[in-house]
Design a protein. Structure first.
Ligand SMILES: Nc1nc2c(ncn2[C@@H]2O[C@H](COP(=O)(O)OP(=O)(O)O)[C@@H](O)[C@H]2O)c(=O)[nH]1
Ligand SMILES: Nc1ncnc2c1ncn2[C@@H]1O[C@H](COP(=O)(O)OP(=O)(O)O)[C@@H](O)[C@H]1O
Length: 212
């Protein structure tokens, strides 16, 4: 990463991906409660809402034709088909929020994460791993939101998803929740420090000392 790419926007962009059930949503939710400078982008999806999910909170739930219209109009920064449904990050707001210095987290799959890295080379890609396959399956069952065949499909897809972790900047193992949350906070915090250091490196003091 070069300093120029880091300074592309004043806001930091974090992308968190994981196989279904690894704990990504729980970790991001806990992180947002602790960090008022971070906000999450709400994706659009053609998937039906689960139990307590609300339109505009977890996702914008839209029909397949509406999703296609948005694709055709170029309204997504990235989109992908995951577990038989389509999911996308709306362009609206993201670029302007980053330019305004806001930090944003995207909770998306690996295909979307890799698209975002191409668009925003300074984005920080974080992959969350479960401690074992057995624990992953247990978490999907305990969550109690998906039918057995949906869980089976997600376990099959998880093998392919986990193989993509090597393309990410950081890999966090979510065995103990509090430890994984601490790791996630540390990544966010260190990225902010790095950015602040880049700004200082361009400041008058560094220029005057021939350190820039
Ligand atoms: N590419 C992309 N993937 C997304 C987006 N929103 C959610 N996803 C991913 O779609 C997958 C399925 O999400 P979901 O149906 O909520 O299931 P869960 O991960 O088991 O909670 C997960 O890997 C999400 O990270 C998006 O905007 N773009
Ligand atoms: N470290 C952990 N230990 C045990 N259970 C966890 C842990 N992290 C998350 N969970 C539980 O696992 C289930 C799946 O978590 P969730 O955040 O919905 O995953 P994802 O968003 O990755 O699909 C939830 O019931 C959640 O409470």
């Amino acid at each position: 990463m070069t300093s120029d790419t880091l300074l592309e926007t004043p806001g930091n962009l974090f992308v968190v991906a994981a196989p279904s059930g690894a704990g990504k949503s729980s970790l991001v939710k806990a992180l947002l409660e602790l960090d008022s400078h971070l906000s999450v982008s709400v994706s659009h999806t053609t998937r039906a809402p689960r139990g307590q999910e609300q339109d505009g909170r977890e996702y914008w739930f839209i029909s397949a034709p509406t999703f296609q219209d948005m694709v055709d109009r170029g309204e997504f920064l990235e989109w992908a088909e995951v577990h038989g449904n389509r999911y996308g990050t709306s362009r609206k707001g993201i670029e302007s929020r980053l330019q305004a210095g806001e930090d944003i987290v995207l909770e998306i799959d690996y295909q979307g994460a890799l698209q975002i890295k191409r668009l925003f080379p300074h984005a920080i890609l974080i992959f969350i791993l479960p401690p074992s396959w057995q624990e992953l399956e247990q978490r999907l069952r305990r969550r109690g939101e998906d039918q057995p065949e949906v869980i089976a499909q997600r376990m099959v897809n998880a093998r392919e998803e986990v193989a993509q972790a090597r393309h990410f900047d950081f890999v966090i193992i979510n065995a103990l929740f509090e430890t994984a949350l601490f790791d996630l906070k540390t990544v966010v915090h260190s990225q902010r420090l790095k950015y602040a250091a880049q700004l200082r490196a361009r400041s008058g003091v560094f220029q005057a000392l021939d350190l820039a």
